[in-house]
Design a protein around this ligand. Structure first.
Ligand code: SF4
Length: 118
């Protein structure tokens, strides 16, 4: 993938974050982004940079029963992550510029979905 194509939208998003949040965190994220870019360019196997994005399955509950959905064969227990668990994961990754939620369930059914602010 062309790294410039990847970085431009990322830089734009960081600029938007800088407008909303405190600037020390944004500077840290920019440093992490630059380190990550360097490590990818050098094809490093072990990275010192933190992940830029996470995708978290905050719950696996769903109020629908779509015929094509694989959930019908799942045997795992249904439930949702606590806000503390979600916050802990995000705090452990200070270089994040984006968090996605989803997975095998409807994330908006999480009882605290409106409190997840990133
Ligand atoms: S998880 Fe998605 S595909 Fe599966 S039943 Fe729920 S809405 Fe349908």
């Amino acid at each position: 993938m062309n790294m410039i194509a990847l970085i431009d939208p990322v830089m734009f998003k960081l600029f938007l974050i800088a407008l909303r949040k405190n600037h020390i965190k944004v500077l840290y994220k920019l440093g992490n982004l630059a380190l990550n870019w360097y490590e990818c360019k050098k094809r490093k196997i072990e990275l010192r940079s933190y992940p830029l994005k996470l995708y978290i399955e905050i719950g696996n509950i769903c109020n629908l029963h779509c015929k094509m959905c694989l959930r019908q064969w799942f045997k795992r227990k249904e439930g949702v992550m606590s806000i503390d668990q979600i916050s802990y994961i995000i705090e452990q990754n200070p270089g994040l510029i984006g968090v996605g939620v989803g997975g095998w369930g409807e994330p908006l059914l999480h009882p605290h979905s409106s409190e997840i602010d990133y």
